[in-house]
Design a protein around this ligand. Structure first.
Ligand code: MF3
Ligand code: CO
Ligand code: CO
Length: 264
């Protein structure tokens, strides 16, 4: 049941994998614009991971049925696991790009929201509140804090804005495996669940819907959409619990939150 505590050697590999995944999100930004297909974004990311980084795009052939592409691209009412396709992005689309790089046997997993052209006020607010919920959760991470505390603060923040939290998909431990224990759900009750310990690595990746929380899996067995077709946003980071706080292994320079938070 318990999370795997990483050794210092493993932590160094997690730092490398996390940095590479973050770098992909940074470099793909300039390509996310009107008229580009999500397949073209997939190819750019795939080629960079394989040819420049010497890594492996972990989503490719992952799971059952095997995921057919190297990144996930989730547009508008797609909650997560969108499959890159020949469909072109259009003005006002919101898109989550989720990148997982495996390097020297360890994984870095991260996603961010992009907007094509000018977003609606509604879309912009959904994206902002979702990122705020991730940041509020990250700011809580330190030894002794419980997973229910983390889920609770995310749920509180989203619901305060009349949004809903997707329950069928969650964050996860990460390391030599893409997905390992524990499950990190984005809702919950304070004081419940596993307590965090130094050396744990896991993701937080809230999926927030503008409408109701319910999801539907499309016949392709991967694409998850909102049942009511409302917009959905997601942000994800891979984290390391340190002795006195947290290190964001997939941190990007553009972010307002610091890479290392120390509470002592
Ligand atoms: N990156 C996703 C996550 O955050 C998992 C994608 S599985 C895939 O856990 F096969 F769709 F890539
Ligand atoms: Co993840
Ligand atoms: Co991910």
């Amino acid at each position: 049941m318990a999370a795997i505590i990483k050794t210092p050697e493993e932590i160094e590999k997690m730092r490398v994998a996390g940095r590479l995944a973050a770098e992909v999100l940074t470099l793909i930004g300039e390509h996310v614009k009107k008229g580009v297909t999500t397949d073209e974004l997939n190819t750019i990311c795939h080629d960079h991971i394989v040819n420049v980084q010497g890594g492996i795009p972990a989503p490719l052939h992952y799971g059952h049925p095997p995921f057919p592409k190297s990144i996930c691209t989730s547009v508008n009412h797609v909650i997560c696991h969108g499959i890159p396709s020949d469909k072109k992005l259009k003005d006002g689309d919101i898109v989550n790009i989720d990148v997982t790089v495996k390097k020297e046997g360890y994984h870095g997993d991260t996603s961010k929201m992009f907007v094509v052209g000018k977003p609606s006020i509604m879309a912009e607010r959904l994206i902002r509140v979702t990122q705020e919920s991730l940041y509020m959760a990250i700011e809580m991470v330190r030894p002794g804090v419980r997973l229910g505390d983390i889920g609770h603060i995310i749920q509180q923040h989203a619901e305060k804005h009349n949004y809903s939290i997707v329950r069928e998909y969650c964050g996860h431990g990460i390391g030599a495996n893409f997905h390992e224990e524990p499950q990190v759900v984005h809702y919950g009750r304070p004081g419940t669940g596993e307590a965090l310990e130094p050396g744990m690595c896991f993701t937080i990746e809230p999926m927030v819907n503008a409408g109701k929380r319910y999801s539907k899996l499309l016949p392709d067995q991967w694409t998850v959409v909102t049942k009511d077709r409302s917009l959905s946003a997601q942000w994800e980071h891979t984290l390391l619990v340190t002795d006195d706080g947290v290190e964001i292994l997939t941190h990007r320079d553009e972010e307002t939150i610091p890479r290392i938070i120390s509470h002592s």
